[in-house]
Write a protein that binds this ligand. Structure first.
Ligand SMILES: [Zn+2]
Length: 324
């Protein structure tokens, strides 16, 4: 333990303690203010959970402080820790604490030292050097973009768009929103169930400046813009008899307009097995509410590349478990 060449220096801030350039610690004979004397001794060290050597010292007030050995040695033999720096083990061996004074870490290392102040970057470069060079890069994107035929892009996960395609979606979505289209429809157009991603891409890549609330409201038919109260009422009425609302109001029957035994011109139910609607082929087709507002794929306005080449995710097959 006691190499004749071993150099001992006082530990700053811990009077009566010394650290050696070989990583050893000792206390000196000392007398406290109260007149009590202590005999100096070699200090034992221990190893932390993270693998560093620790040593217990008492500061000037007599309070026990646990310090990491390599930091204490650098403070005693070199200088206080420069701002933004850390104590390095040049060889990444935390159990070896050998200080060799030198101008550069490289010089200290070639002369057998392994302690030096340095930045986080230095720490990283130590690790790279001690591990035999840079690690191989993390494998890059490996799946085809859903628009691969056009863009040739790759993605990290299957069924996604590559970055250029996502940026194009953002630009297209912003253009559609500026055209007054509803954000729900825009998200649906690009195959997203939710609106968050499309909207943030429209802001990021398309420079869209409108609010999300407006984007969610704009472009809806009038009945969708009315309050929830009115919407509920309308829904209830439509659900009860969807065809009736569109039918012309039936005239009130007047006395004498439908003599007994004859079918009323307003009676299209054909009850009693008689009447004009007995022949099914002659019945008028039932009236249905106008479906013009239903957005179908063919009724979507054309949006140039790549939105019109977007493939829609196939619906999940029943009974097939998706693996995540
Ligand atoms: Zn792509």
């Amino acid at each position: 333990m006691s190499d004749p060449q071993e150099i001992w220096k006082d530990v700053p801030g811990f009077p009566g303690y010394q650290a050696s350039d070989y990583g050893n610690f000792r206390s000196l004979d000392r007398t406290t203010a109260a007149g009590k004397t202590y005999k100096g001794k070699d200090l034992s060290t221990r190893v932390s959970n993270r693998g560093y050597v620790l040593v217990d010292l008492r500061d000037a007030q007599g309070k026990k402080v646990t310090r990491s050995a390599h930091t204490v040695i650098l403070e005693a033999h070199d200088k206080p820790c420069p701002p933004g720096m850390e104590a390095r083990h040049l060889d990444d061996d935390p159990l070896r604490n050998r200080f060799v004074p030198a101008d550069t870490a490289e010089e200290s290392r070639t002369r057998g030292g392994n302690l030096f102040w340095g930045t986080k970057g230095d720490q990283y470069r130590d690790k790279v050097r001690n591990n035999g060079g840079e690690r191989p890069p993390v494998p890059g994107p490996a799946h085809d973009c859903i628009n691969h035929a056009q863009c040739g892009g790759k993605t990290r996960n299957p069924g996604k768009r590559c970055l250029p395609c996502v940026e194009q979606v953002g630009r297209d979505a912003a253009a559609m929103l500026r055209d007054g289209r509803n954000l729900h429809r825009v998200a649906e157009h690009f195959g997203y169930k939710r609106t968050d991603f499309v909207f943030s891409m429209a802001q990021k890549h398309g420079g869209y400046t409108g609010t999300k609330d407006d984007a969610l409201i704009q472009g809806r038919k009038r009945s969708q813009r009315v309050t929830a109260w009115a919407r509920k009422r309308l829904r209830r009425g439509n659900a009860a008899s969807p065809a009736k609302a569109a039918e012309p109001r039936r005239q009130e029957a007047k006395a004498g307009t439908a003599p007994f035994g004859r079918v009323s011109p307003y009676d299209n139910l054909g009850h009693m097995g008689h009447g004009k609607s007995q022949d099914v082929t002659q019945r008028e087709p039932p009236q249905r509410p106008e479906p013009s507002r239903v957005v179908t794929r063919s009724s979507r306005p054309h949006v140039p590349y790549p939105s019109d080449t977007v493939r829609y995710r196939a619906p999940r097959k029943p009974g097939v478990t998706r693996h995540r």
